[in-house]
Design a protein around this ligand. Structure first.
Ligand SMILES: [Zn+2]
Length: 276
């Protein structure tokens, strides 16, 4: 199918969309908008796959979020079966990665200790590494959730882990989803050959320098539906129908014709995720 826009990260499977999710997907189809519905654990991964099967413009990413469901570990047997049965719709692994923000906030609030954090970090790294192995084995790209607490702490650890894993598996394909860090971190991602996806935040926070520091070929647009709706929809639940606002902002900052940016970002998504 022909796409005008691609929102590479959304969660339309959330219960707040019950009863309207299929209408949203159909309207997206009329407007030529594609999306990847993101799994955060086994149940959400299955839901993303089921939703993707109902709509030609919806695809799925399967995996385990670093902090959303801390009681579940990554079961490669479950995910391999899911992938083998739905390989035409599953285009990436994740969202997976490291999130130091929430565990560090718990320490600040007196709810946990530094030694708890050490343990939590070990848990997250193990969870992440098993998904890197799974992605490499199946030749799928990684949809990364990386949230630092300070000084890009989680980002630097992710760089190290990917570097180590590349010694084992060869070059990995990885996208840093919801990218809102500064140009320094952006430049490191670019230099390592990875990509970033920009959320609605770019329309209301000053991330212009960050956007300028990433070549158009190494970026994507995303809404992270239902979070972080772009201007002028701020405060509402985001949907992939709003993705053009993010493309418009990127075009303004990059000083490139908006339609050309839209086309390039669609092409980036199709190449990276193997969607045709
Ligand atoms: Zn997400």
């Amino acid at each position: 199918m022909k796409f005008n826009y691609f929102d590479i990260h959304s969660h339309l499977t959330e219960s707040r969309f019950d009863g309207i999710r299929d209408d949203i997907a159909k309207q997206m189809s009329q407007e030529g908008i594609g999306t990847i519905s993101i799994g955060t654990d086994q149940a959400e991964s299955k839901a993303a796959v089921a939703f993707a099967h109902k709509h030609p413009n919806v695809f799925a990413s399967v995996g385990q979020h670093p902090v959303d469901n801390r009681s579940e570990s990554f079961d490669p047997v479950f995910y391999q079966k899911l992938l083998d049965e739905n390989s035409n719709k599953i285009v990436s692994v994740g969202e997976c990665g490291l999130d130091y923000y929430w565990p560090k906030k718990d320490i600040e609030a007196g709810k946990s200790s530094e030694s708890d954090f050490k343990q939590e970090k070990e848990r997250q790294i193990e969870l992440f590494e098993s998904q890197i192995d799974f992605a490499a084995k199946n030749n799928l790209p990684l949809m990364l959730h990386v949230r630092s607490f300070s000084n890009a702490d989680a980002h630097h650890d992710v760089f190290q882990i990917l570097e180590q894993k590349e010694k084992e598996h060869g070059k990995l394909r990885a996208n840093f989803h919801f990218f809102t860090e500064g140009p320094e971190v952006a430049k490191q991602i670019v230099a390592r050959g990875y990509s970033v996806s920009f959320p609605g935040v770019v329309t209301f926070a000053d991330l212009d320098e960050t956007i300028r520091s990433v070549p158009i070929e190494q970026m994507f647009s995303e809404t992270d539906t239902p979070y972080a709706a772009p201007n002028p929809y701020r405060g509402q639940d985001a949907t992939p129908l709003m993705v053009s606002e993010i493309v418009k902002k990127i075009a303004q900052v990059k000083e490139i014709n908006e339609q050309d940016v839209a086309k390039t970002l669609v092409k980036n998504a199709q190449n990276f995720f193997g969607i045709y």
